[in-house]
Design a protein around this ligand. Structure first.
Ligand code: ATP
Ligand code: MG
Length: 179
């Protein structure tokens, strides 16, 4: 029989996965045996807030985590259900069993605590630069963004022409347009 392992859950949209997220991953790798990353709002892509598909985010993160020397992790896409009261049960139904949740988001903390999970606080690392919104804004403005994300993430974004996609989304953006 396997020895009991501590599994941690990290959940976010990771649009994109950046070096602040990577610091949280490093902390989890020190404190836990196994990590589960929930890729939230998995159904969304091609908008300013959520430009990358779940599959693209999966590839970005698996490259970054492998480059970090990690292999004991699961990446699980999680679609929104828009019902906070049952969201934790939804997440738990999709991912391998876990004991601890790492989050800095107050609502995520509340929901997992109410469901009886141990929630651990991860500090914010250089949030003034490591923020998905700031990185996407830099892409739109044609500024340097590559140094804010792990190498495997930058590679993936370049492969799918993600920065160009974002600039086009913003160029075409008009509130009247629906598809
Ligand atoms: P966005 O600006 O698009 O919301 P984000 O940088 O906040 O992007 P999320 O995917 O929303 O990234 O965050 C996932 C989790 O990572 C959340 O718990 C969030 O608070 C945390 N997080 C985000 N930035 C950092 C950071 N610099 N250091 C530590 N944790 C972070
Ligand atoms: Mg956020």
């Amino acid at each position: 029989m396997r020895a009991k392992e501590t599994s941690a859950l990290l959940i976010g949209r990771f649009q994109p996965f950046h070096k602040g997220h990577l610091e949280v991953v490093r902390l989890i790798a020190k404190e836990c045996d196994r990590m589960i990353v929930g890729i939230g709002s998995a159904q969304l892509s091609h908008t300013f807030d959520n430009p990358f598909t779940a599959g693209e985010r999966h590839l970005m993160m698996s490259r970054a985590l492998h480059d970090e020397g990690l292999d004991n992790f699961f990446l699980v896409p999680i679609v929104d259900i828009n019902r906070y009261a049952v969201w934790v049960a939804h997440v738990a139904s999709l991912v391998p069993p876990f004991q601890a949740v790492y989050t800095t988001n107050p609502l995520t903390r509340r929901l997992f605590e109410e469901a009886g999970y141990e929630v651990r606080a991860a500090p914010m690392f250089d949030r003034h630069i490591y923020s998905g919104t700031k990185i996407r804004t830099r892409m739109v403005q044609g500024e340097e963004w590559e140094s804010l994300v792990p190498k495997g993430v930058a590679e993936t974004i370049r492969e799918v022409k993600g920065d160009e996609r974002l600039r086009e989304i913003m160029k075409d953006h008009s509130p009247e347009v629906t598809i």
